[in-house]
Design a protein around this ligand. Structure first.
Ligand SMILES: [Zn+2]
Length: 292
């Protein structure tokens, strides 16, 4: 008798476990030094390089997971976003399939603007002191496919739902953060609707010598450290929208960033690394061991 085992050779998913978190940290390093009160038409090249690379690797990882799902189910692949969305919809016909497909496609739109390097013509205005007073920018003709046209707000230069920047040099930490919040939803939905073997995600990361295997708490670390009030308020609105859409399709027993809120006031970022349960807004605190 001989033994055989079927192996599905997927490469891209390790990027999400091993490389993307490092890029998130590096882009955050530059991001956290910024003056958020100033107008900016681009982020620093350091923040930009790590964030854009992180988004591209996340998109590659998602595509790899699609390939794994379809290989296991012996289905023929077509387009990544519709393939993943339709397989979730097949398992539960209440699943918000159109929204999910758009959200995935928004990430692929951003991947495209980075990988194909969309070029903008940027005009900057300065005052007498050479302080920037404003700028205009236009995408040079010839860039942007159908999904770009459908999913991008060209005036705001952001995708319509996830509000991801689509002007390549403006893409930074916040964009990568939102992409990872969505990615975490994707992993959770896969686990609940398809089962564990389809989208394995083995996460372990240390920050400030504290380790965690929980992506939501890891993301919370950065969310609680950002000083950009604008991102906190716009981000909170977005995360609540994602929560309303996807929470019913996530495993109950696990933490996800979109439901990591204070029970008293609703502020995001309550459950933190190192078993800290604390609300930075209303100071609500739970001591895990004493049950109070
Ligand atoms: Zn609170």
């Amino acid at each position: 008798m001989s033994n055989s085992e079927e192996l599905i050779t997927i490469v891209g998913t390790s990027y999400l476990e091993l490389i993307v978190p490092e890029f998130l940290e590096k882009s955050f390093e530059a991001y956290s030094k910024k003056d958020f009160s100033k107008k900016q038409f681009q982020v620093s090249i350091y923040e930009n390089a790590f964030a854009t690379a992180g988004i591209v690797l996340t998109a590659i990882g998602i595509e790899s997971y699609r390939n794994r799902i379809y290989a296991l189910d012996r289905k023929i692949v077509k387009k990544v976003a519709s393939d993943i969305s339709s397989i979730f919809f097949d398992k539960n016909d209440k699943f918000p399939v159109e929204k999910f497909e758009n959200h995935l496609n928004e990430i692929f739109v951003v991947r495209d603007v980075i990988v194909h390097n969309h070029v903008y013509n940027v005009k900057v205005k300065f005052d007498e002191e050479w302080e920037m007073t404003g700028h205009t920018q236009a995408l040079i003709k010839g860039y942007g496919d159908d999904k770009f046209k459908k999913l991008v707000n060209t005036r705001a230069k952001k995708t319509k739902d996830l509000l991801l920047n689509i002007q390549p040099s403006k893409i930074g930490f916040e964009d990568l953060f939102v992409v990872l919040v969505f990615f975490e939803c994707f992993v959770g939905i896969s686990e609940k609707l398809l089962g564990r073997k389809y989208v394995p995600f083995n996460f372990w990361r240390e920050v400030e010598e504290i380790g965690t295997d929980d992506l939501s708490r890891y993301l919370t670390y950065f969310f609680n450290k950002t000083t950009n009030k604008n991102f906190i308020s716009i981000g909170t609105k977005l995360f609540l929208e994602l929560k309303a859409l996807y929470e019913p399709y996530l495993p109950n027993e696990k933490d996800f960033f979109i439901n990591n809120r204070c029970r008293k006031c609703g502020e995001y970022g309550f459950r933190q690394m190192n078993n800290i349960y604390y609300c930075k807004k209303c100071k609500n605190e739970i001591n895990f061991y004493s049950n109070t």
